[in-house]
Write a protein that binds this ligand. Structure first.
Ligand code: ATP
Length: 347
């Protein structure tokens, strides 16, 4: 009998609400086709929630996320939330005890991006680094931000990166490479500790090629020689930036998926933000969310459904007749989702 799951949906703000609905349609379609079935627990979080109830991640939303089998997040307008309104993504990461995110980027048939041979995963620490949220004004007319790097979070992130490398080794049948990104010449203590933790984990994976790269050199090499990279392992800010570089080199934010996986809980969200410029128009590309749904299905052990969803998205993109505006087409989010469902039904 097919399995049944409870998914906590946190649609959030802007296009988050629109693309989450598209992801939900894909899950419902899988159920209708005899695949796993899903209940949804839809909860408020984000800037609009802050405006309504005074906090951007109500306790009830976090509790529901903990009770669910997996959490699907749309997008949240974190930048507009004042400090007293909380930090919904930070709160979710800390509450769900996830410290690393996985963001794959690859060249896709039918999509002409700046790079034609990129296939990498950025594994990024997501709770500390320069996004530690420890900022203050000094009395010397200067503002300070504290960069926090702990051995514990660095080790967990490195373990996630090497696990990805091992999985990719099995899929591709070739040695994998982990590139740990740093600026240790300047950030001697914090990146020194990060690299020490990475090297300790690397010793447990002798079959994986391990190298380190300065973040600036890495950014340039990603543009000049994207095919070199396999798994990029980074602290919070460096990983945030490099994962957008990878997404841009491959196919753009409209196709970039991500997962934040901890020991007990996991949440899944497209890489893009709330996209205020197109929000409310029904034209956002839902494929980043649909590919994120595929990552969620794989995490739940539903590999067959995950493969089917990914292949359906890739088939639609390769065919090229239905495309949203970011990919040069005129399709709405609903039309793009319909095309994916049609491809799913003819798999
Ligand atoms: P954040 O700070 O939350 O990352 P942002 O404004 O920097 O937000 P996005 O909201 O991701 O970044 O938007 C960046 C650009 O990419 C915008 O022009 C937006 O319209 C476009 N974009 C992002 N996601 C999509 C999507 N799913 N479909 C189409 N265009 C998108």
């Amino acid at each position: 009998m097919a399995s049944s799951y409870t998914i906590c949906l946190l649609p959030g703000d802007g296009i988050g609400t629109e693309v989450t609905e598209c992801g939900r349609r894909v899950l419902d379609f899988l159920s209708e086709q005899g695949g796993p079935s899903f209940d949804y627990d839809v909860r408020p979080a984000g800037y609009d929630t802050f405006l309504e109830v005074g906090h951007s991640l109500p306790d009830e939303s976090l509790d529901a996320a903990k009770l669910a089998d997996a959490v699907l997040v749309g997008a949240m307008d974190v930048a507009q939330i004042p400090p007293h309104g909380g930090d919904p993504l930070g709160g979710l990461r800390i509450g769900l005890e996830v410290s690393a995110s996985v963001r794959p980027s690859r060249t896709i048939d039918g999509i002409i991006g700046p790079a034609d041979d990129i296939d990498c995963v950025v594994v990024r620490e997501v709770t500390e680094g320069l996004y530690s949220r420890d900022e203050y004004m000094g009395d010397d007319n200067a503002a300070y931000a504290v960069r926090v790097v702990t051995r514990e979070a660095s080790t967990k992130t490195a373990r996630m990166a090497f696990a990805q490398a091992v999985a990719r080794q099995e899929i591709y049948g070739r040695p994998s490479r982990v590139t740990a990104v740093h600026k240790v010449g300047v950030l001697k203590l914090s990146d020194g500790l990060f690299l020490e933790a990475c090297a300790d984990v690397a010793r447990d994976f002798p079959e994986v090629i391990y190298e380190t790269a300065n973040v600036d050199a890495c950014a340039m090499d990603m543009v000049r020689n994207p095919g070199h990279f396999d798994v990029i392992l980074a602290t919070n800010v460096f990983g945030d930036i490099l994962s957008d570089v990878a997404a841009g080199l491959a196919a753009g934010l409209g196709l970039a998926a991500s997962a934040c996986i901890g020991d007990r809980w996991a949440y899944f969200e497209p890489v893009h933000g709330t996209a205020p410029d197109i929000a409310g128009k029904g034209i956002a590309n839902p494929c980043a969310t649909i590919l994120t749904v595929a990552m969620m299905l794989r995490h739940l052990g539903e590999d067959e459904s995950a493969d089917a969803v990914e292949n359906a998205v890739y088939a639609v993109l390769a065919k090229g007749t239905v495309r949203t505006g970011d990919l040069g087409g005129v399709a709405t989010s609903a039309e793009m989702t319909n095309a994916v469902l049609t491809a799913l039904s003819t798999k």
